[in-house]
Every structure is written in structure tokens, then in C-alpha cells.
Design a protein around this ligand. Structure first.
Ligand code: NAG
Ligand code: NAG
Ligand code: NAG
Length: 339
């Protein structure tokens, strides 16, 4: 670390950080331990425990997946893993049959948050300079869990070690990354286009800087949009954070509006769903159910991320922006549902 040699450059935070990166970043190959995906549409999870005596900051992710086999990969930060095993079946689509090869469990046992997502054919997300996910000693994230979604069953003699190279440092990063997940419960009536909506007022006295978003639905999702709503006596101002067709690769994409979000602002999301079936579809974990999720990734400057990790409502037919306790006087009705 030769920072003192460049006193002029050292006044620039960005230069300082890239200098830190150049000298202090290590790589950990976080990969599946040669698993055998023995059936179609299998989700497998494998954990690592972070040293409880050291603070680390994850500053980059390099996917190492075989395009042909892995449909998507997620990394969860957890307080406790979903299982004590080395590999388990962690599909959100749980089936009732007993699996003797990979027993079923959630990715996390407690304190779950998504910190990284990769999907086929999508470019990888770069964290902004100086931003890191704090894990280990003083962080609630004590474990990382890698989830890989395998599309098709493998032949008997073929195994897989898809994964992610984690770039990390023990140098304290001035900007900590966090994720808040917006979503709903609820029902979509048969042959019906439905809006699944959520909104939450930020109550913590923190300034959050949004930089990426990710959408998630199953097959009925058409558009997922996320907003920050700034309240004032003159009316509500809805600023688009991001909008996506959830049938496209479900990764983190850069946000549209990077303006900081403060106490009193509202985070809001809508999923526009088209139920083309003759039966109602509910929010739930299986392939026959739906989901409505908008993940917002942000950083805080010299602070810890929001304690609040989730913003969920009961969804339709119980909750709509229209009857939200915030009493919105404007709703971007058309814009929120068109790409
Ligand atoms: C893992 O092991 C610990 C210690 O034996 C136990 O307390 C915990 O419940 C186990 N977790 C799971 C998910 O089985
Ligand atoms: C797996 O077995 C098949 C049939 O025996 C063989 O053709 C193939 O080369 C084997 N693949 C590997 C990776 O060993
Ligand atoms: C919903 O699906 C029906 C049947 O495929 C289609 O005719 C209609 O245009 C769709 N509506 C929207 C808003 O996607």
C-alpha cells in the first residue's frame, strides 16, 4: 500500500479505493462440490461459514457456471444456513416426495437476504467503487449459501461444480451494501390481469443509495416495477427505480434513478400478472403458484444497512396502492404496468 506516495490522488476516495483493491482483495472459489443433479428443475444449495472473528467485505462476484446446465445462481447471506449438510435441495418449488440424495431445506434457516444473482445470458453486475457486503464478525451475515438452479437431469457419470469467485477484503469498505425485498401475498382471479402491489414508508433515519434491482415472478408475470415515492404538500412524486419483464433473465440490473432515499420516503412495487388459466392462482412456493418480488440493492455511507429487509403486503384482493395507509394522491397506473 503506497498511498502516501500519492498525496494528491489520495484526496480522491475513488482512487484510494481502487488502490486498496489492487493490494488487498482475495478470491474464494465458492463452488458446488461436484454435485449430481439427478432430476430436472433441481435447485441445490451449498454453504460456507464466514470466520466469526473477522469482518470481511465482499466487493465482487465472478460467475463460473456452465451455460448449458445452470439456469441461474443466487448467493444468500444468512444468519443460519437452512441445513447442516454440505448440499441440499433448496428449491422454492418444494415437492412432497422424499429425496434421499439431497434432502430438502430452505437456503437460510434465519436472516435470509439475497446478495448476488446471476442468470443465463445476462451480464454480471459490478458493485460501485467502495461498496461491499459486510459479512462475518459484526454482521448478521454469518454464512453464505450458493444456490444453483439446474434445468435438466445429468447423466449418471457427470457432476457439476458451478459457482462464483468471491472477491473479498478485510479492509473496511466505507459503503455497505444492503438489499430490501418488496413483495406481496394474494390471489389472481381466473382470466384476469391483476396488479399485485406493495409500499412501505422508510422509518429508519438512514440515507440509502439505490444502485441495482432484480425482479422475480413465475410464468404469469408481465411487468414488475419499483418506485420511490417522495411525499410533499404539493403531492406525491413517483420516481422509477426500475422496471422489467420478469420473463427476461432475473438478475440485478442498474437502477434508473439513483437519488438517495431518506426517512419518510416510500418504497413501492407493482407486479402486473396475467392469469390466462381458468382457475385462480395464489402466491406460494410451488410451480403452480406465483410470486411477486422486487429486490432493491443499495449502499449506505459510513452506516449499517436498513434493519428492515422486507416490505410485504397481503396483495390482491386485500391490498392495493389505492387503499394503502399512506393515502397516495397520485398513482402511476399506466406507466407502472407497461414496459
Ligand atoms: C445444525 O446443528 C446445530 C447444532 O447441532 C443445531 O442447533 C441446528 O438446529 C442444526 N440446524 C439444522 C437446520 O438442522
Ligand atoms: C459417461 O458415460 C457415457 C456412456 O458410458 C460416455 O459416452 C461418456 O463419455 C461418459 N462421460 C464422462 C464425462 O465420463
Ligand atoms: C393476457 O393474456 C391474454 C391471453 O393470452 C391476452 O389476450 C391479453 O392480451 C393479455 N393481457 C396482458 C395485459 O398481457
Amino acid at each position: 500500500m503506497k498511498i502516501a506516495v500519492f498525496p494528491v490522488l489520495a484526496t480522491s476516495l475513488l482512487v484510494y479505493i481502487s488502490c486498496v483493491f489492487a493490494h488487498e482483495v482475495d478470491t474464494y472459489a465458492f463452488r458446488m462440490p461436484n454435485v449430481w443433479p439427478h432430476k430436472d428443475e433441481l435447485y441445490l444449495c451449498t454453504p460456507i461459514r464466514i470466520s466469526p472473528t473477522t469482518n470481511y467485505y465482499m466487493v465482487g462476484f465472478v460467475p463460473k457456471a456452465s451455460m448449458n446446465t445452470a439456469h441461474h445462481m443466487l448467493i444468500y447471506g444468512c444468519s443460519d444456513p437452512g441445513s447442516n449438510g454440505t448440499v441440499w435441495d433448496c428449491g422454492e418449488m418444494q415437492s412432497s416426495e422424499i429425496d434421499y440424495i439431497y434432502p430438502p431445506a430452505s437456503p437460510c434457516g434465519s436472516g435470509s437476504q439475497v446478495v448476488y444473482a446471476w442468470a443465463r445470458d445476462a451480464p454480471s453486475l459490478q458493485l460501485p467503487k467502495g461498496v461491499g457486503f459486510h459479512v462475518g464478525r459484526d454482521s448478521p451475515i454469518k454464512y453464505l449459501v450458493l444456490q444453483v438452479h439446474y434445468m435438466a437431469r445429468f447423466p449418471r457419470n457427470v457432476t457439476d461444480k458451478s459457482g462464483v469467485l468471491l472477491k473479498y477484503t478485510s479492509k473496511r469498505m466505507p459503503r455497505q451494501a444492503g438489499v430490501i425485498l418488496l413483495g406481496t401475498g394474494g390471489y389472481i382471479f381466473p382470466n384476469h390481469v391483476e396488479h399485485m402491489e406493495t409500499a412501505c414508508t422508510i422509518l429508519e433515519d438512514k440515507v440509502i443509495h439505490p444502485f441495482a434491482f432484480r425482479t422475480h415472478t413465475h410464468s404469469l408475470g408481465k411487468v414488475v416495477s419499483g418506485y420511490v415515492v417522495r411525499r410533499s404538500d404539493h403531492g406525491d412524486e413517483w420516481k422509477l427505480l426500475g422496471k422489467k419483464d420478469p420473463q427476461l433473465p432475473q438478475m440485478f440490473y442498474p437502477v434508473v434513478d439513483k437519488t438517495p432515499v431518506r426517512k419518510g420516503d416510500v418504497l413501492a412495487a407493482r407486479c402486473t400478472m396475467n392469469n390466462t388459466h381458468d382457475y385462480p392462482v395464489k402466491i406460494g412456493p410451488t410451480n403452480n403458484d406465483e410470486m411477486c418480488n422486487f429486490y432493491l440493492m443499495y449502499y449506505v455511507e459510513n452506516d449499517t444497512p436498513l434493519n428492515r429487509k422486507y416490505c410485504f403486503t397481503n396483495g390482491p384482493p386485500y391490498y392495493y396502492w389505492e387503499n394503502a395507509p399512506e393515502g397516495f394522491n397520485v398513482i402511476p397506473d399506466g406507466e407502472a404496468s407497461t414496459l
